[in-house]
Design a protein around this ligand. Structure first.
Ligand SMILES: *Cc1c(COP(=O)(O)O)cnc(C)c1O
Length: 404
């Protein structure tokens, strides 16, 4: 058969995209033309950036940049293999040791991303006879790992401890392993997971306790040690996941725990076994980033000062910044809840025209009817930039009938 007469077997994709367009939630990727900074250029337009996870401004920190360049000069641009074949470089081991010391745990393994750290870990040590008790708003990488493991997934309502206990109790007599798992900070609402109460439950029911600290690494706890440190539940969380892609400014994910947990993951975590390790520049960058966390705590203080100011001013303008129909943010992630998906996407586009980048987030990333502009504060936004952004938000808010 000639290609000319062959019908396109992917035509259904066009239908689905047209459906998104009709609902107003189709988007184009915004393209950054310079550095990830509080003011930068997307699609040829200079904007105030309220959308980045670059909490501490480390993506452009001179020490990190120099570390990457030096490692590239010394060791080249790639690792050449997966970790278990020939792709474990000394610098990979140094980073893992550095993180383990920082987190005050026995050992650490670094993955290519936070996503692979979660998905690779959950699927490595659970099987179909096991149970995963999971918060309804946990990150997609946890959900995918849970599905890959084929364990039974019991979802409890967001932060509902009583329901988490019911789920644990319901499988208490089953022989399988139980994993109780939560995000440390929830990525769309910015609220903090109830770690002490969940640790109590894990201990009461003999469950494995796991926390995903992607948005808390570099943000919460002493020098950004995360929610385990924030709540002082050291020794009560068996598996701590973090990311190197957000506040740390580079790329990667890691798992911290006992030496045996890490050794097991070296043998069984599929992204570790089947996907090439980081270039040496990435490992070197991350090592430098942990030095910055130790040596420049003022960055974290500034992050929180900006966060307090931002939340206060957005509230004064009259925006719903969570706490009514959605969880109340406790961190630099501050959603502006608009509800309707189409309105939210229009709001985001209008804001961009005014010179502010605030990403619109709609279903299925957040529940239907809870669409929002997700803003994230960083340590490097200046007071002037924040005031300008607030002016623009006010203008667009009034124009679109969101503010009175
Ligand atoms: C971003 C995020 C991840 C994934 O981290 P990457 O390093 O970007 O892959 C995992 N969990 C949560 C809660 C996140 O917000």
């Amino acid at each position: 058969m000639s290609t000319a007469t062959r019908t396109n077997p992917l035509a259904f994709l066009t239908d689905q995209l047209n459906d998104l367009k009709a609902r107003g939630t189709h988007f184009k990727l915004r393209v950054l033309e310079d550095e990830q900074e509080p003011v930068c250029t997307f699609d040829g337009k200079k904007v105030i950036n309220l959308a980045s996870n670059n909490y501490l401004g480390l993506t452009t920190h001179p020490l990190l940049r120099e570390a990457a360049l030096e490692a590239t000069r010394k060791y080249g641009v790639g690792s050449g293999a997966v970790r278990t074949i020939a792709g474990t470089m000394k610098i990979h081991m140094e980073l893992e040791e550095k993180i383990a010391r920082f987190k005050n745990v026995e050992a650490c393994v670094v993955f290519q991303s936070g996503f692979t750290a979660n998905a690779g870990t959950v699927s490595a040590f659970l099987g179909k006879e096991d149970f995963i008790i999971s918060d309804a708003l946990n990150h997609a990488s946890i959900i995918d790992g849970a599905r890959l493991s084929r364990a039974k997934i019991l979802v409890f309502e967001h932060k509902n401890i009583a329901q988490a206990e019911e789920k644990l109790a319901s499988v208490n007599n089953e022989p399988g392993k139980k994993l109780l798992i939560t995000d440390g900070v929830f990525s769309m609402d910015g609220d903090i997971g109830p770690l002490p109460a969940l640790c109590d439950l894990a201990e009461k029911y003999g469950a494995i306790m796991m926390v995903d600290d992607a948005h808390s690494s570099g943000v919460l706890g002493r020098n950004g040690r995360g929610t385990i440190d924030h709540f002082n539940v050291h020794g009560r969380v068996d598996i701590q996941v973090g990311t190197l892609s957000k506040a740390i400014g580079a790329l990667g994910g890691y798992v911290c725990g006992t030496r045996d947990l890490i050794d097991f993951l070296y043998h069984r975590a599929r992204p570790f076994l089947f996907s090439t390790s980081h270039p040496p520049s990435v490992a070197a960058t991350c090592i430098a980033a942990f030095d910055v966390l130790e040596n420049e705590p003022e960055r974290i203080e500034k992050l929180w000062e900006n966060t307090r100011y931002w939340k206060k001013e957005l509230g004064l303008l009259g925006f719903d910044i969570g706490g009514k129909t959605t969880p109340a943010s406790e961190t630099p992630i501050t959603p502006i809840i608009l509800g309707d998906g189409k309105l939210t996407m229009e709001f985001s586009r209008e804001l961009f025209q005014e010179g502010v980048l605030g990403t619109g987030i709609a279903f299925p990333t957040v529940p239907e009817g809870k669409a929002r502009i997700r803003t994230i504060m960083t340590a490097t936004h200046t007071h002037d930039q924040l005031q300008q952004a607030l002016e623009k938000l006010k203008k667009v808010g009034k124009k679109m009938g969101v503010l009175a």
